[in-house]
Design a protein around this ligand. Sequence first.
Ligand code: ZN
Length: 293
Amino acid sequence: MPRLSEVLTALDALWPPERAESWDAVGTVCGDPDAEVDRVLFAVDPVGEIAEEAVRTGAQLLVTHHPLYLRGTTTVAATTAKGRLVHQLIKNGIALHVAHTNADTADPGVSDALAGALDLRVLRPLVPDAGDPEGRRGLGRVCELAHPLSAREFAALAARRLPATAQGIRLAGDPEAPVRTVAVSGGSGDSLFGAVAAAGVDAFLTADLRHHPASEFAADHAHRPLALLDAAHWATEWPWCELAAAQLDEISDRNGWGLRVHVSKTVTDPWTAHAASHGAAYEAAPDPAGAPN
Ligand SMILES: [Zn+2]
């Protein structure tokens, strides 16, 4: 059975902490480096349900994508939700390790897993990492579809392949526009609009899109419209858990560690229900580019 320190060394080789953004908080949150590890659980969010699942499954290591504490704290008292989680993990001998923006830009990383879930062929990073001479690491991925689909069909594909959430997939743009090339970025993607426009793709699949950025992006690119697909943040990052678990499984086999690696299927998307609107219907604004029909 490997020690926690050996497993963490392997995880740091997959997602070197120094490649995380400067504002990020990655690495080990709690855990005794000398403790033995037999079971590992991967999840997107370090929240109460996931800590309970780690206890239930007998894991000694929980690896999450999102940090527990992104900013400094002066307390881990069990009177706060995060403090309670720290207590629960330590009481049950469970380490917590975070791979966030260092997993986003990794090769393979979060957006490779998202592309893989939709069977997209990855061509290149959307925003290449200047420190990678091979040009494979970076934020987001530019991909192509094996067969062109309409934007509506591409949204349906994403809805089918990503784990089910209350939100489903929202589409901005012409639902019948053909989609051959797409940019994908797991998690909040509206900061990447500039790179998406420069990539010349037909669609962008990401999460957390808001009214003003989406509306202004459409207006700015009326001459070459592209479809925006907005999925639940959790759903766009969850495929990475399966990819990461497979990577650790492979390392465990190679080292003869015999680790049992699990992926949490608990939905930690905060949105729990969706009501499709059916109030009075109004006409959509005419297309500013003056498209036919
Ligand atoms: Zn995220």
